[in-house]
Design a protein around this ligand. Structure first.
Ligand code: PLP
Length: 387
């Protein structure tokens, strides 16, 4: 039996896996077990922002592994504190909670919203407005916040208290506000939903409504955060003041870690025993994430992400006659109905190109942020042959 047959025998079939096994990576390239080289324009679904075998990440993992990997949050953890400080100093938040994934970060945010209003003596304010096309994760709370019938089917009853509004439609938000409304939670660029970028006016109206009505503004930066869009966090393009920010994916450069950053008055509703995570914020993950942020949170680095993102978008627009959307290095090409995005992704493998789908029929580019223009040229040459 080969590895793919063994995989089918022993692993749950909850993913539509491609029949491919990678052995190693270097920079923006991956190599499979037959030695075939692939240009990676998906970065493990927007995770490997510094590519593969990055010297700083590799060194930090090795050095930290020789000291301590995990001790639990019964103790203070130095790199966790250092990482929290960087996140607080670069966002609207004051305090950080660490977990291990995006769904967990959003699950934490949902609990934090409820707990905040409970602490204020308003336990009936628990409703959260989320958006059609949004994606917040697969745990039961995050899934309830993800208005996608395909993902939710068979998992009912879902957690109550979520209202589904239309993205980029402020009237729909207003229609959903009532005396139970606690928070509005959204992605600035809906990633899984098809690379749908929020309008500036829509975001600023939401920011204003939240301020006026004392509704919490929660930005899901799981996919858009950590430099992906050309700013450390995507809300920073729009001068918003989120009360809670969730992030994960790129933060650990491939090592699992999630974080929730909240303003002081909200964060303080979590008291000892109210929430926790065994692995959250462990030595290994936080030591690596700290180094990732030291590299990414740099003006020149972020400027280059923006430039390369625009370069990719412009080239896609020039080469193909399809709608191109996105922000920074989070880019989507919406294909017409007669071309299947899933088929293009499969064909790209033959050309040695890794891309993924998003939404209904969009191909998504979320490459390592260290990508250079000549890699983008190479990806476009491959794509031209496929399309
Ligand atoms: C915006 C957003 N939120 C949450 C998640 C869930 O993250 P995870 O898969 O790490 O649980 C994702 C994953 O794609 C995401 O894109």
């Amino acid at each position: 039996m080969n590895w793919i047959e063994e995989g089918n025998k022993y692993l749950m079939h909850n993913y539509a896996r491609l029949p491919l096994i990678f052995e190693r990576g270097e920079g923006v390239y991956l190599y499979d077990t037959n030695g075939k080289k692939y240009l990676d324009m998906m970065a493990g679904i927007a995770v490997n922002i510094l590519g593969y075998n990055h010297p700083v990440i590799t060194k930090t993992i090795c050095e930290q592994a020789k000291k301590i990997i995990h001790v639990s949050n019964l103790f203070y953890i130095k790199p966790q504190i250092e990482l929290a400080k960087i996140l607080v100093e670069n966002t609207t938040g004051d305090k950080v909670f660490f977990c291990n994934s995006g769904a967990e970060a959003n699950e934490t945010a949902i609990k934090l919203i409820r707990r905040f209003f409970f602490s204020k003596g308003q336990p009936d304010r628990y409703e959260i407005i989320v958006f059609k096309g949004g994606f917040h994760g697969r745990t039961i709370g995050a899934l309830s916040a993800t208005p996608n019938k395909e993902y939710q089917k068979g998992f009912e009853p879902l957690v109550e208290g979520f209202r589904y509004a239309q993205f980029n439609n402020i009237s729909s938000v207003l229609e959903n506000i009532n005396k139970k409304t606690a928070a509005i939670m959204l992605e600035i660029v809906q990633g899984e939903g098809g690379i749908n970028v929020a309008d500036k006016k829509f975001l600023q109206d939401i920011n204003q409504i939240c301020k006026e009505k004392e509704i919490l503004l929660v930005i899901d930066e799981v996919q858009t955060g950590i430099g992906r869009t050309g700013k450390l966090f995507s809300y920073q393009h729009f001068n918003l003041s989120p009360d809670i920010i969730t992030t994960a994916k790129g933060l650990g450069g491939g090592v699992p870690i999630g974080a929730v950053i909240a303003k002081e008055d909200i964060a303080s509703s979590f008291t000892p025993g109210t929430h926790g995570s065994t692995f959250g914020g462990n030595y290994l993950a936080t030591a690596v994430a700290k180094e990732v942020l030291n590299i990414v949170n740099n003006e020149n680095f972020l400027k280059k992400v923006e430039e390369n993102g625009n370069y990719l978008k412009d080239k896609l627009k020039k080469e193909f006659n399809f709608p191109v959307k996105g922000l920074g290095l989070m880019v989507g090409v919406e294909l017409p109905e007669n071309i299947s995005a899933k088929e293009i992704v499969k064909k790209a493998l033959d050309e040695g190109l890794l891309i993924i789908t998003a939404g209904k029929n969009t191909i998504r580019f979320v490459p390592p942020l260290i990508i250079e223009k000549h890699h983008i040229d190479e990806a476009l040459e491959k794509l031209k042959r496929i399309l």
